[in-house]
Design a protein around this ligand. Structure first.
Ligand SMILES: *Cc1c(COP(=O)(O)O)cnc(C)c1O
Length: 216
């Protein structure tokens, strides 16, 4: 079996970036973002042992991954409508786009009903971009508290997508600061163009798509 060169390259870069700031490479999880990619590109990465995949649509994910479900961890990294909470809770291991009370309530209800709960990340809109999902930084503390107290949800960490046109470092630093003051140790940040920077700022998982699978 041949390991795809792009997978080797990304794993090497993660390891180097981690070591360069005194972190252990295994403390950074590679989330392979397979959304909108043809199966021919995904299959070799799966066959090489990559076990964590990120998708942004519930329906597409279920169609594609149902036959391989037991072997992998699946993370929802795209926006989630409350009316899809049932499927999302049933199918995903991790939901990284929790960003409003209506969704928190829907996830809590489904978790109760199904007796299973995905691990949850609160998405923070660090750049306060109107078109982007996520809670505003100033509202993050109250929202995280509400998830716990009002809805009984366990929040594992925070996720952000910095504005495309800005240096990402300050956004990663802001997310790390919000996590620290809320006692959260997991940070989902960094994509193909900036995952090494994200690791320097404490990312515990990086979401890499095009650098692994090619342009979408
Ligand atoms: C598509 C996507 C990614 C992967 O982006 P690349 O630039 O292809 O690495 C990461 N995170 C989220 C939330 C995405 O939607």
């Amino acid at each position: 079996m041949t390991v795809p060169p792009a997978l080797t390259d990304v794993l090497d870069r993660i390891a180097r970036a981690a070591k360069a700031c005194g972190r252990a490479p295994q403390d950074v999880t590679l989330v392979a973002v397979s959304k909108m990619q043809p199966w021919e590109r995904i299959e070799p990465v799966l066959a090489a042992g990559q076990a964590v995949f990120g998708e942004n649509r519930v329906q597409e994910t279920m169609e594609r991954w149902t036959p391989h479900r037991e072997r992998i961890e699946l993370r929802l990294i795209g926006p989630l409508q409350s009316n899809k909470a049932k499927e999302a809770v049933a199918f995903f291991d991790v939901i990284e786009s929790l960003d409003r009370e209506k969704l928190a309530r829907a996830l809590a209800d489904e978790a109760q009903r199904q007796g299973r709960s995905p691990r949850l990340y609160v998405q923070v809109n660090t750049g306060e971009e109107p078109q982007k999902a996520g809670v505003a930084p100033a509202e993050a503390d109250a929202f995280i508290a509400a998830c716990k107290k009002t809805y009984g949800l366990t929040v594992e960490g925070l996720m952000c997508i910095p504005p495309a046109a800005e240096p990402p470092g300050p956004h990663f630093a802001l997310l790390a600061k919000i996590a620290a003051r809320n006692g959260l140790s997991r940070l989902s940040m960094g994509m193909s163009d900036d995952f090494e920077t994200a690791i320097r700022f404490g990312a515990t998982s990086v979401r890499v798509g095009s650098a692994l699978f090619g342009a979408r």
